[in-house]
Design a protein. Structure first.
Lengths: 200, 200
DNA sequence: CGCGGTATTGCGGATTTCCACAATATGCGC
DNA sequence: GCGCATATTGTGGAAATCCGCAATACCGCG
């Protein structure tokens, strides 16, 4: 999924001109005439950022913003508005909007913000992919292996784990070795380091 | 250091009325007639939050905000302004201000924001104290113990560590046991958990 | 100079982990 | 039913860790 700027505005002229501006600066751009249109097109694998008009027919910009958040979007959102007020800007930013700019605005400024947002999103994605691949690894463990892993991470001895799980020590050793193998580590400490912070 | 609201505004009447409002709601408050006054009184152990007027004689609110940031303040800052515009609010929030409210504002709203900011600050402090106490623990280790700890956290076997440090395995065992004792853990895994994330 | 803290090492035994080899049982899909 | 993945257990030995007891050495402080 290439990184795009997703422009949502119900004004045809603005959509066209902004889209042209961005593409002329090397930023791939797709535009949508309504919040509903973008929401329909959105899926969690979209990468890039969103340029969102505040006031639109149908669903408003902030409403779309909230909805995207609920659906797990992490796309940076830049609000665009011709008639914004301070409380609206404050509210948007406190909810995690990337920026809030008033129309008309300086072209270079806007393109810069878009590029910043694109960069942020790219960084977020590499960071997330780390956690993701770890969760993928964990997902490949069997239930037993996960139970053993939990207890290994709690610093428990095999014999204690065996006792807690009501199985023999030998079995614990087997699960332990298997899960280390699957997680690609050689020691319990490496496992702890691997999962440091991003627990699932 | 008790948690306070630090009010910085050059308008006597506003200072008095806001201070009275906050104290009447149970929020201890101290006020300063200028940014310079607060800056002089500030030190890194102050706890609470800052209520900052934008436009003041001498140093402006945003200028003070930047300076505090440079000096390592983590106090949440709520900007107060009677004539703010959107770009100003956006700029403040993107720089990390806690909130940005326009005067006149609803008393309850403001008090709520202050309490939120106070809560945030308190949470930040407990989080920081955790990292701090860990660093304190580490600082009590001897040089050798730290060297051993590094390698233990790298998942190395005692024999390897002994080899790297050119000492006997027995010595490594001793250092290892001592540092576990000092760090208050019983296993290498616990140590890794303890230092998960906040490495010094 | 003696005391205390740190660093160092050895011995020997208890405990634990690691692993190869080997085997049984269950459940699931073709 | 057969093959495969998973779970389970055992034997036995090599390797590593854990730990008490004991000793030597260096260094800074009073």
């Amino acid at each position: 999924m290439t990184s795009h700027a997703y422009l949502v505005d119900d004004d045809d002229a603005i959509r066209d001109s902004l889209c042209w501006l961005l593409e002329s600066r090397g930023v791939p751009c797709r535009s949508y005439p309504s919040a509903e249109d973008f929401l329909a097109a959105w899926n969690s694998s979209l990468a890039g950022c969103v340029l969102l008009d505040i006031r639109m027919d149908g669903m408003s910009g902030p409403e779309l913003f909230d909805l995207l958040g609920e659906r797990g979007s992490t796309l940076p959102v830049i609000f665009l508005t011709g008639h914004g007020d301070v409380p609206m800007a404050v509210s948007a930013l406190k909810k995690g909007a990337f920026d809030f700019v008033e129309k008309p605005c300086n072209d270079n400024e806007l393109v810069n913000r878009v590029i910043e947002a694109l960069t942020l999103d790219a960084n977020q994605r590499v960071a997330a992919s780390g956690a993701d691949s770890i969760n993928t690894l964990i997902s490949r463990l069997t239930a037993r292996e996960r139970q053993v892993m939990e207890r290994v991470l709690a610093g428990k001895l095999n014999k204690v784990i065996a006792d807690e799980l009501q199985i023999s020590m030998r079995t614990v050793e087997v699960h332990r070795a298997n899960l280390f193998e699957k997680m690609g580590v050689r020691t319990a400490v490496e496992l702890a380091q691997l999962l440091a912070g991003k627990r699932s």
